[in-house]
Design a protein around this ligand. Structure first.
Ligand code: HEM
Length: 790
């Protein structure tokens, strides 16, 4: 099926005459020589020296070939077939095109082998006779089994469990005064993104709702190359120097002798390590808070963590910190709920992300930046190169610069979410690093680990990783190479390729900010930290003091739970000794919770006199500071029904909640048809056993004597009601259904004797508005007690 015959004459010429083939070869040689002559020497060589040249590199020198002949690999490249296709467009690398290029659709197609040969029978091996032995000759069976044998790749060393989505970033206004980074150059400019959310400790198949940090990694496919903002849902980290990362991960992962516990920090080695590393204390506050058990990926913040730099076209730079803020607000689970969900639906966050996107309730986040100068940073009471510190919003406000919308699920989990390779080193012109020593280790780590995980080099050519910006360099060969490079030149400088690809120079290319170390005494090789890094507690205190009482109580309970799993009393005592430096109140609560009769002495501090902090309260650090857009979009609401329920009213409630964007489901003792007292047929898509109460954000108990009587006889109903109540969710009870609350032992007032705003009791449909308002508040912690009374 060749498209066209060879375009070059092949007939042999008469003796003495020059053949057409010879003529082309002669022209190629001549033009190669002309091209080389056009660059008689390396014009830029003298510009490679001196500090000022280093900060403003010159553009490479090039020469234009007379035709494509001298730079091509062959003189036969114009001969095309269906396989080689048309001649490559000059300057284009088709391997880095859109994903459509590699998306396969088998609709209407027959099965083939990997060689494209049609498979006639996919049911049977090739045998010698019907009852005879299978033949080694069966290349179809062997190809299929061999491929299957190699279907798994190693999981990520950390962040193995994750879920991804496509979307876009849209810039609000040009930030050209601050940065020349492509996504920020014009109002309304759209840059495609791929995002992967993850947990850190657990294996690839582990539960979503572990108490853990969540990865929040965004790959911006900018028109000047890929920028990966590989962040977390907490703005600080456990350690200050990359040297300690392997120690941290060894401590938190399942213990090496018995590989337990899975996806949990509640064990000896983690607490042994962090209690000996007081710089972890600030991060521990975050990880013991409800931030570590988010309700969904759509309701958690993201942070770049490190201090980065913005660099404008003039080469001027400022420090920047990145913040993602969810439009739906920040909402978390409570611990009892997270534990139960991990059994009933280990894919809870993956499913939520998938379903939101499929339903058109696209997760949306606003990107904000904190921008400050190096001179400002020098005055802060903390060091901005220390990843265990935040820059409080009260000190440097967050400026919203754009929004990210996740509007498309991947086609194939493995090809996209599993093979995506983020890297902290992937920056574009306009973004640069600070000297954060944790960031420096990350700049090395990601590509290095991915060489093992993705089976060798060239994984940047896997479609999900390939930039949309063209790739041209002299890197060649290695495992799984996709790009077919034209020509014989794979070095620079060259004249045989007309000097191409040439260095872009300062005007277009990436130039590192020539950051200087100012103080003479700070120069020289050294293994040590700056003094301000030794303040391990001031910001841990700031975080704790900035939480609401409910959040503080949850932090104390989390420390109590985790440390109660520690089997070595000395480790518990050491951790409490450290906590005394952050908060006496917290330390005492934790000690009481652990039955410690005597408080250990406070741990000696590394820095006796820390600098006075600029702020001692930062309300923005509370989860409550970001309630969201006030809607109930994408909330899962259970409408409990059984035969004999008031069917028409149930249908109307479902319609109202759905119109508000919620996912309102009928839950019955069994899935299938439920006949209402008025003859209305409802379709129960969930049952009390397959979708327990803790999987929902809110509960509606519907009127109808017979329906209520049936539900009252099912033990699952009581568990359902109790869980929703204990987890402080909005509950609507209409008419006869109020008996179910009594049976579950639910009080209609809070422990303080106030009316419970999350409990809506109604005689008819008048309660719907109050119910919607109660759901929008997400949770009603006023009813919470420790231990729970229900
Ligand atoms: C020196 C410290 C660190 C080192 C050496 C390190 C190393 C790694 C490694 C080896 C991976 C697996 C990558 C892969 O197989 O594709 C990874 C993943 C990840 N790391 Fe780090 N990490 C460090 C600190 C951090 C910090 C501070 C953050 C947050 C700001 C972070 C965020 C992430 C995220 C989000 C992923 C998952 C990326 C994905 O979804 O594929 N890491 N890290």
């Amino acid at each position: 099926m060749a498209k066209s015959p060879p375009s070059r004459p092949t007939a042999k010429s008469a003796p003495g005459e020059q053949s057409a083939a010879d003529e082309i070869l002669r022209r190629k040689a001549q033009q190669s020589d002309d091209l080389a002559k056009a660059m008689p020497w390396n014009d830029n060589k003298s510009l490679e020296h001196g500090f000022s040249q280093g900060t403003a590199p010159a553009k490479g020198v090039t020469a234009q070939p007379e035709s494509p002949l001298p730079t091509g690999s062959t003189v036969s490249e114009a001969n095309t077939s269906e396989k080689t296709a048309d001649q490559a467009e000059e300057g284009v690398n088709a391997a880095h095109g859109r994903l459509d290029r590699v998306r396969a659709d088998s609709g209407g197609r027959h099965l083939t082998t990997n060689q494209g040969v049609a498979v006639a029978d996919n049911q049977n091996s090739l045998k010698y006779g019907l009852r005879g032995p299978v033949l080694l000759e069966d290349f179809i069976l062997r190809e299929k089994i061999t491929h299957f044998d190699h279907e798994r790749i190693p999981e990520r060393i950390v962040h193995a469990r994750g879920s991804g989505a496509h979307g876009y970033f849209e810039c609000y206004e040009p930030l050209t005064d601050l940065t020349r980074a492509a996504p920020f150059q014009a109002a309304g400019k759209v840059t495609p993104v791929f995002v992967r959310f993850s947990t850190v400790q657990g294996e690839r198949g582990s539960k979503d709702t572990a108490r853990d940090v969540r990865g929040f990694a965004v790959k911006f496919y900018t028109d000047e190359g890929n920028w990966d903002l590989v962040g977390n849902n907490m703005p600080v980290f456990f350690i200050q120097d990359a040297m300690k990362f392997p120690d941290l991960v060894h401590a938190v992962k399942p213990e090496p002798h018995h590989a337990m516990p899975q996806a949990a920090s509640a064990h000896d080695t983690f607490w042994d390590f962090v209690s000996l590393m007081p710089e972890s204390t600030h991060m521990l506050m975050w990880v013991m808070s409800d931030r570590a058990i988010p309700r969904s990926y759509a309701t958690m913040q993201g942070f770049g963590v490190h201090t980065f730099r913005f660099v404008n076209a003039a080469g001027e730079s400022v420090f920047v910190k990145f913040h993602w803020s969810p439009k739906a607000g920040t909402h978390s689970l409570v611990w009892d709920e997270a534990v139960k969900i991990s059994g009933a639906d280990p894919d809870y966050h993956r499913r939520d992300l998938w379903e939101r996107i499929e339903a058109g309730a696209y997760p949306e986040y606003e990107l904000g930046v904190q921008v400050f100068t190096e001179e400002q940073a020098d005055q802060f009471s903390f060091d901005v190169l220390d990843a265990t510190k935040i820059v409080p919003e009260e000190l440097v406000p967050i400026r919203p610069v754009g929004r990210m919308v996740l509007d498309r699920n991947p086609d194939n989990f493995f090809a996209e979410t599993e093979q995506v390779a983020f890297c902290a080193a992937h920056v574009v012109p306009g973004i640069d690093f600070s000297n954060d020593p944790l960031l420096a280790g990350r700049i090395h780590s990601y590509v290095d680990t991915q060489i093992s995980r993705l089976g060798g080099p060239n994984f940047h050519e896997i479609p999900i990783n390939a930039p949309i910006a063209p790739v041209h360099n002299n890197q060649r060969d290695g495992m799984h190479r996709q790009t077919i490079n034209r020509g014989r030149v794979s070095y620079e400088p060259n004249s045989l390729g007309g000097g191409c690809p040439f260095q872009a120079g300062a005007a277009q290319g990436f130039v590192s900010v020539p950051a200087r170390i100012q103080a003479e005494e700070e120069q020289g090789k050294v293994r040590a930290k700056p003094e301000k890094f030794a303040d391990h507690y001031t910001q841990a205190t700031l975080f704790y003091e900035s939480q609401t009482p409910v959040e503080q109580a949850h932090i104390a309970a989390a420390f109590r739970f985790e440390l109660s799993k520690v089997t070595v009393p000395a480790i518990r005592a050491r951790m409490v000794a450290s906590l005394r430096n952050a908060s006496e109140v917290l330390a005492r609560e934790v000690a009481d919770g652990l039955g410690m009769e005597e408080m250990p002495a406070p741990m000696p501090r590394a820095l006796a006199m820390p600098a006075k902090p600029e702020v001692t309260q930062s309300p923005a650090l509370s989860l409550m500071a970001r309630p969201g857009d006030g809607t109930i979009k994408a909330r899962r609401i259970a409408l409990l029904v059984a035969h004999g329920v008031e069917g028409a009213a149930a249908e109307r409630l479902q319609a109202t909640l759905s119109a508000e964007g919620a996912v309102a489901e009928f839950v019955a003792p069994r899935v299938g048809k439920v006949r209402g007292a008025d003859g209305t047929d409802l379709e129960a898509t969930a049952s009390l056993e397959n979708n327990p109460g803790f999987l929902f954000d809110a509960l509606a108990l519907l009127d109808g004597e017979q329906g209520v009587a049936t539900l009252a006889q099912d033990g699952h109903t009581m568990e359902f009601v109790k869980d929703c109540y204990r987890h402080c969710k909005a509950i609507l009870a209409v008419g006869a259904a109020q008996t179910l609350l009594d049976m579950a032992g639910v009080s209609t007032t809070t422990p303080a004797g106030e009316p419970d705003a999350g409990l809506v009791l109604a005689d008819d449909e008048d309660g719907t508005d109050a119910f919607v308002a109660a759901i929008a508040r997400h949770r009603h912690p006023e009813r919470e007690t420790d231990p729970p009374v229900v």
